[in-house]
Design a protein around this ligand. Structure first.
Ligand SMILES: NC(=O)C1=CN([C@@H]2O[C@H](COP(=O)(O)OP(=O)(O)OC[C@H]3O[C@@H](n4cnc5c(N)ncnc54)[C@H](O)[C@@H]3O)[C@@H](O)[C@H]2O)[C@@H](O)CC1
Ligand SMILES: Nc1ncnc2c1ncn2[C@@H]1O[C@H](COP(=O)(O)OP(=O)(O)O)[C@@H](O)[C@H]1O
Length: 450
């Protein structure tokens, strides 16, 4: 058993169907899986229990409840007071939620909702078995809007995607994992991202060795967004960073507070990685055809995404680009515009939405938000579980776009998918902080990890 986040390496995630196949094959040679699961729950319960009161174990009708009953037996065998039932005992020392796991197939009914509410209000720490009851394992959504908000969740046998994206991080609490001694004999449904190595710098390298980035955006009144992206690309290690500030005379400095940055234009920088759209406003639509035809690598964000969503010809140009050379970074609303649906449809199944967008536009998609998804045609999707609400502030997405551009400039042979996985994970880890991180501070934290 191990505490999971932050992850030290990339881990496989298995959806419900794949978890069931793994379980079925494992049961053929290890029929004691539920004993192992219940023992793991009991061990963690021992560590989490606070006070002398009974451990309340709420068991459901299926195997999730079975795990709970095994845990109850194990705990009472060592003399601990245990209460199995759907109503709270007085002053429980811990609640074990074993109502529903992988088998959730409809919203919890009124009786279950009453039990969930009692768990939530009894004042004890809640340990969920496998999944918080009511949370859909594949999507990280609460079925019918009702699920247990656990303090801890012990995932069993497999890690399920829904613990890491959508609302999953909000319901799961601290995550633990026990593989029950089974090595999955199944292709993963998705990857949970671990850290990627940063680009190395050769002792004899010079600025020309580390590539160029061209930021296109920053319409009047929104230059800060482009400048944040440019500063992030520079902090990442790009050899030269240029800014094309839309509507601002070329004689104006790129960024008076960051003299390393230069003004530049696509026509003069044919090799530069383009980072397009940060604070760009609607006029970015005029610049996009040339960028989409000529820039060898593009990170497309913000207003550029909105312009593409509104224009079929721009979408055709996106699809026509070389495979692996285009990376879109929509937040859920931008993704919804690109897909022609609403935000709730995107959030209802973030993995599916990101994969569909990647398929339609033949490029890499980073669907931002809690549990960012990285999806590309022909690649297994990845989920980034690092980062948190400290990133929920203006400018953190601009920093991500710039950082991705900076990484790509230094690794021109890498695919958009590889750059997205590395950059999104680094951005998330730098964004693990209490309170709120100002975007400028986020750049410093990213730079400190270089
Ligand atoms: N597949 C695995 O990874 C393993 C499974 N184990 C445990 O088994 C669980 C899966 O067991 P099951 O497949 O029996 O599924 P569950 O125990 O999650 O639930 C299935 C039962 O709940 C009912 N149900 C579903 N939604 C409901 C709702 N909203 N309200 C009321 N009843 C509802 C179903 O009709 C069915 O009777 C896992 O979550 C885990 O706890 C472990 O014992 C071993 C490994
Ligand atoms: N609660 C959260 N958990 C994890 N990451 C978050 C959270 N809120 C925001 N982020 C991250 O912060 C960034 C915000 O990007 P975006 O919405 O484009 O902001 P902006 O346009 O203001 O720069 C994204 O990378 C997103 O994934």
């Amino acid at each position: 058993m191990q505490a999971l986040l932050p992850t030290r390496s990339t881990l496989p995630l298995f959806d419900v169907a794949a978890s069931r196949r793994i379980e079925a094959r494992a049961l053929a040679h290890s029929p004691d899986l539920m004993e192992r699961a219940g023992l793991a729950v009991a061990k963690l319960a021992l560590a989490l229990r606070r006070g002398e009161g009974p451990i309340w174990i709420a068991c459901g009708p299926g195997n999730n409840g079975g795990d709970g009953r095994v845990a109850a037996r194990r705990l009472s065998e060592i003399g601990l007071p245990v209460h199995v039932g759907h109503t709270a005992p007085p002053q429980p020392s811990l609640v074990i939620d074993a109502l529903l796991g992988l088998g959730l197939n409809r919203p919890p009914d009124a009786a279950l909702q009453t039990t969930i509410a009692a768990m939530q209000t009894c004042g004890a720490t809640i340990l969920a078995v496998d999944l918080p009851s009511g949370l859909l394992a594949d999507t990280g959504q609460a079925a019918g809007g009702a699920a247990v908000r656990a303090d801890h969740t012990l995932a069993l046998l497999t890690l399920k995607p829904g613990l890491f994206t959508g609302e999953g991080r909000g319901y799961g609490g601290q995550l633990w994992f026990d593989d029950l001694g089974i090595t999955p004999d199944e292709v993963a449904s998705a990857d949970l991202l671990g850290p990627s190595p940063l680009p190395q710098r050769n002792p004899t390298s010079h600025k020309g060795s580390h590539g160029q980035v061209l930021i296109v955006g920053g319409a009047p009144g929104m230059q800060g967004a482009a400048r944040l992206a440019a500063r992030a690309a520079l902090a990442c290690g790009a050899g030269r960073v240029y800014v094309d500030l839309l509507g601002l005379p070329a004689t104006e400095p790129a960024d008076p507070g960051q003299p390393e940055l230069m003004r530049g234009r696509l026509a003069d920088l044919p090799q530069a990685v383009g980072v397009v759209g940060c604070g760009a406003g609607p006029t970015i639509a005029d610049a996009l055809p040339a960028l989409l035809r000529e820039a060898p690598k593009l990170v497309i964000d913000a207003d550029a995404l909105n312009a593409i969503a509104a224009d079929d010809e721009l979408q055709t140009l996106v699809r026509a680009r070389t495979a692996g050379s285009t990376l879109l970074t929509p937040h859920p609303l931008e993704a919804a515009r690109l897909l022609g649906c609403d935000t709730s449809a995107v959030q209802a199944d973030r993995l599916a939405a990101a994969s569909e967008l990647a398929r339609r536009l033949a490029c890499t998609v980073v669907l931002k938000g809690s549990g960012s998804i990285i999806a590309s045609p022909g690649e297994r999707p990845a989920i980034c579980a690092s980062g948190g609400p400290a990133l929920a502030t203006a400018g953190s997405g601009d920093v991500l776009a710039g950082w991705l551009g900076g990484l790509w400039a230094q690794q021109p042979g890498a695919s958009g998918h590889a750059i997205a996985c590395a950059g999104v994970d680094a951005h998330g880890r730098a964004g693990e902080a209490g309170g709120v991180l100002r975007a400028g501070d986020l750049i410093e934290r990213l730079a400190a990890r270089r």
